[in-house]
Design a protein around this ligand. Structure first.
Ligand SMILES: [Zn+2]
Length: 130
């Protein structure tokens, strides 16, 4: 088994529990306080990097078991995946093979049932822990 395949198996084994217990407790408490209701947290996130149609921002509740750094790429427009237009899709495609490929190890997308903010499309960008 090659390194990449081994790394993938390692990641898959951690799916669902990508946060440490402590981090997961903080996140659950935050959700239970209803802090995700109201204004969109992703629209309001300050960018670390801005592109034409996308920004990269910090994730406040990182997958800290596996991630050295955990950012998200977020469309400037508040839309679901199916609401993305051709220009937005073209740019994220270019970023995936360019900027993202250069700076991160994994692009992750939770399945629908695990998305916290499904109404605003975003992907998780991970720099893996060694
Ligand atoms: Zn939004």
């Amino acid at each position: 088994m090659g390194m990449t395949e081994k790394a993938i198996h390692h990641i898959l084994g951690l799916m669902g529990t990508l946060r440490t217990e402590e981090r997961e407790r903080i996140y659950t408490a935050y959700r239970n306080r209803g802090e995700l209701a109201g204004e969109c947290k992703l629209c309001n996130k300050p960018p670390l990097q801005s592109f034409r149609f996308w920004k990269i921002a910090e994730n406040s509740f990182p997958y800290d078991k596996i991630a050295e750094a955990h950012h998200m790429i977020i469309s400037f427009r508040h839309v679901t995946e199916s609401g993305l237009n051709a220009k937005e899709l073209k740019e994220i495609g270019e970023l995936k093979t360019g900027y993202i490929n250069k700076n991160y190890d994994f692009v992750m997308e939770p399945t629908q049932k695990n998305k916290t903010i499904p109404e605003h499309f975003h992907l998780h960008l991970i720099v893996a822990k060694n």
